[in-house]
Design a protein around this ligand. Structure first.
Ligand code: ADP
Ligand code: MG
Length: 227
């Protein structure tokens, strides 16, 4: 499916998001502040101390994700357009997300052909891959192998992210990309919206194939650049 946001619609969403982002980020800050206050006491049992630290870090990570997605969406066209090696970005994203995956018993298998070039902002492509990998991990509640690959097909570079998680119904799949569509407790519904937007700005397209209870595969197609 192709996803296109008109400029006026985008401005409307940016405005709407700003309010909810402020709210979404204030909550974790309050929570973290509370934990820090509790940790000031030296009476706290070790087990509780560890739990407060773990929850605090999770809340900060959540704020970070919300803010970077918002910025990726709201920021004007990226200035940094360069030749990107798809395999290099795949490895980079898989590396960054690896501790998150390990915590959830997910193994990330990446196989990318080196030397496939595309044009764009490397940070933005990383953001896209991170969002999709993160969703894949979160969908695999009992662990397993999450696959990411990059291959060429004609004049296109195909990046595929395949999970064996909970999958989506056709109705859920159809709602992907709508701001705030989330089925997760504490979900933001910003990741896919931003992902679609970024792929569009790179002149690419993204397809999703999903089956409830089986898993999901996202296929990104980007124009291949030859040097
Ligand atoms: P969030 O992850 O914060 O909920 P996203 O925009 O990243 O927001 O995803 C929106 C929704 O799309 C998710 O809540 C989930 O319902 C669905 N979704 C996205 N990716 C997957 C996936 N790999 N497997 C199952 N559902 C998914
Ligand atoms: Mg997400």
């Amino acid at each position: 499916l192709r996803f296109e946001i008109q400029q006026s619609e985008k401005l409307r969403i940016i405005g709407q998001l700003a309010a909810s982002i402020a709210h979404e980020v204030r909550n974790p800050l309050t929570v973290v502040r509370g934990f820090l206050q509790l940790l000031q006491s030296d009476q706290i049992p070790e087990e509780k101390r560890r739990m407060f630290l773990k929850l605090g870090i999770e809340e900060l990570d959540r704020s970070e994700t919300i803010i970077s997605n918002y910025l990726a969406f709201a920021r004007p066209q990226s200035q940094r357009i360069e030749a990107i090696d798809a395999a290099e970005r795949v490895e980079h994203a898989a590396g960054i997300i690896s501790s998150y995956a390990t915590l959830r018993n997910v193994e990330i298998a990446h196989q990318a052909r080196p030397g496939l070039l595309i044009e764009g902002d490397p940070e933005q492509l990383s953001q896209v891959l991170m969002n999709l990998l993160k969703n894949g991990i979160e969908a695999m509640q009992s662990g397993g192998v999450l696959t990411i690959s990059a291959i060429d097909e004609g004049n296109l570079v195909l990046i595929e992210i395949t999970d064996t998680g909970i999958g989506m119904s056709p109705e859920e799949t159809a709602r992907l990309g709508n701001p705030f569509f989330s089925t997760k407790e504490g979900g933001t519904g910003l990741g896919i919206m931003v992902t679609y937007q970024l792929i569009q700005s790179m002149n690419g397209s993204i397809d999703v194939h999903s089956e409830k209870g089986k898993g999901t595969r996202f296929t990104i197609k980007l124009p291949r650049k030859y040097d």
